[in-house]
Write a protein that binds this ligand. Structure first.
Ligand code: PLP
Length: 371
């Protein structure tokens, strides 16, 4: 399999650990292990005794049980725990697709959602989000993208990088439409539970369709990316088995301490979600004010979920702007070019505590530039 460089990861490899202010992260503020252990009185003692042998390949039963509680119809046997959402994407694509298949992917997208399929030899078609329509998708365009060879449709909502959240009717319609065509839907739901209004929360695709595969992770809404725990949930037993067998060649099983900590985090996920949503809400109001003050420099479509958005930079070239900002102010924004975007967007992330300080620095940089 030929895989191109993962542009976003290469960009972060260059800047992430030297930037003072990460103003483009897609995860929420994280915690220390001690903070997580403090959520239960006996947790510290339990982790000391936690066995460091190989774990059950599909994930420990108790963790899968905890994950299955997130869903309406999913049993622990229908959950496959992986090393992050990234491994789950890799397993799904390799288990479900063959060279020559066609895959329709919500675009722009987190690169592995299309690059792995391409690497397998699939024909990948984009299903484009429309900025002029608040980053909505058009179902008629999906209809136009289907061909006899179409094997899977990949969607991601809440969406990276735009923060777009499908409306409930729209989501249901997409799932029904794809299912009626006998196509697998791969639904990347890693930003679920980060809706600003809980009434907007969508059901999970795997609860709506036997053919759907839902993707979840500890990294984003719960703010625990260092655990590297993600999962697949699906009623599709045949596909589940193929993914599980492929995992024997990737990681075999998950990290035992991470499984322990993920289970603990999930038992207290309400608390983690509330904390992270409070940070996001405060930061969003800082950004609303910032973008109102700088409407001549940026377009701003306010998202409805998640810790990221995809504003457009007006009047300057975005790659050099991001580079100069990093050099002058130590603030990291992500140029849309890492998503193959040619329309001068950038990804801004607002899940971190220090956002007000980062925005103040960005504003100082803009003032120097315009003086
Ligand atoms: C939409 C989407 N899917 C999957 C992933 C991979 O998640 P993880 O890094 O936890 O493996 C990311 C990470 O940014 C993402 O944004």
């Amino acid at each position: 399999m030929q895989l191109p460089p993962f542009e976003l990861e290469r960009f972060f490899a260059q800047y992430e650990f030297s930037a003072r202010y990460l103003l483009c992260s897609s995860d929420s503020e994280s915690l220390a292990i001690g903070d997580l252990l403090a959520l239960e009185p006996e947790a510290r003692d339990s982790i000391q005794k936690h066995w460091l042998g190989y774990t059950e390949s599909q994930g420990s039963f108790s963790l899968r049980e905890e994950i299955s509680r997130l869903y309406r119809t999913i049993q622990p046997e229908q959950v496959l725990v992986c090393s992050g959402a990234e491994e789950a994407i890799f397993l799904f694509m390799n288990a479900a697709l063959q060279s020559g298949d066609r895959v329709v992917v919500h675009s722009p997208c987190y690169q592995s959602l299309e690059a792995v399929a391409r690497g397998i030899g699939c024909e990948v078609a984009g299903w484009k989000a429309h900025e002029e329509n608040g980053w909505a998708l058009d179902l008629d365009e999906l209809r136009g993208q289907l061909r006899p060879a179409t094997r899977a449709v990949v969607i991601n909502t809440p969406h990276n990088p735009t923060g777009y959240l499908m409306r409930r009717e729209e989501f249901g319609e997409v799932i029904r439409f794809v299912q009626d065509h006998g196509i697998i839907i791969f639904s990347d739901e890693v930003y679920r539970e980060s809706e600003y209004d809980p009434a907007d929360r969508l059901p999970m695709a795997c609860d709506l369709s036997e053919r759907a595969v839902s993707l979840g992770v500890m990294s984003k809404t719960y703010g625990l990316p260092g655990l590297r725990i993600g999962w697949i949930a699906t009623h599709n037993a045949e596909l589940y088995d193929r993914m599980a067998r492929f995992k024997d060649y990737t990681t075999i099983c998950n990290s035992a301490p991470s499984e322990f900590l993920a289970e603990l985090g999930l038992r207290h996920r309400q608390q983690l979600v509330e904390r992270n949503l409070a940070i996001i809400a405060r930061n969003l109001s800082v950004l609303d004010d910032f973008f109102a003050r700088h409407a001549d420099r940026f377009s701003w479509i306010r998202p409805h979920a998640g810790p990221i958005a995809f504003p457009r930079l007006l009047g300057k070239q975005v790659d050099s702007f991001c580079h100069d900002l990093f050099t002058a102010a130590g603030v990291l924004l992500l140029p849309g070019s890492v998503y193959g975007d040619r329309e001068n967007h950038l990804r801004i992330g607002f899940g971190r505590e220090n956002l007000p300080e980062a925005v103040a620095r960005l504003e100082g940089f803009l003032q120097v530039q315009s003086s």
